[in-house]
Design a protein around this ligand. Structure first.
Ligand SMILES: [Zn+2]
Length: 260
């Protein structure tokens, strides 16, 4: 199998040398000769006799397709080619027609090979079309690549949909607070291993850090109530809000909380 691949690869190199028949690989020629359908096609071209359609209408897709491309078939040094004009570059390529038995090998070295590096469908197809052809080539390339494990693994997993992040405005101190927890850190003598950082958003100076022994919700809530809401709300309310009724309100809440 490996020899045949090499043979086809060598043939690939020789294709650029145009009419230099010395470089045509005998292995591919033999493979074409051993293929039942290609033997028939070779005979058509050799004798320059295109059969009537009624004679090939029941012969299968491969023969019917090549019959339809009669004007593009050419025999060079015993090898059957299809003449193909690249629609993008208008360069005419002579594509060796590959029988069924060899197609998987062509797909493998055009896609899996180190130099091919698992190219996508269009690039793999373009690479094969440089030198080879068979009816149904495009579908075969698509099917082969869709079934390639490495390509499937390389595709990034679907990202879970998330709501877009939105900026939340705070119009004053303590309107919103944000918290974050650092840790686990080396345990202190007093048994703390985490740091709770509380940010009072609009105020740079309103960031506080609190040591805590664990990151349980109860511990965090206790610090936020006792150290932030009661102390800092009161402080900020006291220093920034001058209205007597609000000041009283803060005091009231402190008293209410302290009773629990
Ligand atoms: Zn692949």
């Amino acid at each position: 199998m490996h020899d045949t691949v090499n043979a086809i690869t060598r043939f690939d190199d020789s294709n650029d040398k145009d009419d230099d028949s010395e470089h045509h690989d005998l292995s591919l020629k033999e493979i074409q000769k051993n293929d039942h359908d290609l033997k028939i096609v070779t005979k058509w071209v050799e004798t320059d006799e295109r059969p009537d359609y009624k004679d090939i209408s029941d012969k299968g897709f491969f023969l019917r397709s090549l019959w339809n491309q009669w004007n593009n078939l050419e025999l060079r040094d015993g090898l059957i080619y299809r003449r193909f004009e690249d629609p993008a570059t208008k360069i005419v390529k002579m594509q060796a027609i590959i029988p069924l038995s060899e197609r998987k090998k062509v797909l493998q070295f055009s896609h899996d090979d180190k130099c091919s590096a698992h190219l996508g469908i269009h690039k793999t197809l373009a690479k094969i079309r440089q030198s080879y052809y068979w009816p149904g080539l495009q579908n075969d390339v698509r099917t082969y690549i869709n079934g390639c494990d490495k390509c499937a693994k390389r595709k990034s997993p679907q990202k879970s949909k998330r709501a877009p992040m939105a900026l939340v405005e705070a119009n004053g101190p303590m309107e919103r607070i944000a918290t974050d927890i650092l840790g686990e850190l080396p345990e202190t003598e007093s048994g703390n291993k985490y740091i709770l950082v509380v940010s009072l958003t609009t105020t740079q100076s309103g960031r506080r850090a609190f040591a805590m022994p664990n990151m349980e919700a109860k511990t965090v809530a206790k610090i936020i109530v006792e150290e932030v809401i009661v102390r800092l709300v009161f402080l900020i309310g006291y220093t920034q809000i001058k209205a007597g009724n609000l000041k009283a309100c803060c005091f009231k809440r402190c008293v209410l909380y302290s009773k629990h």
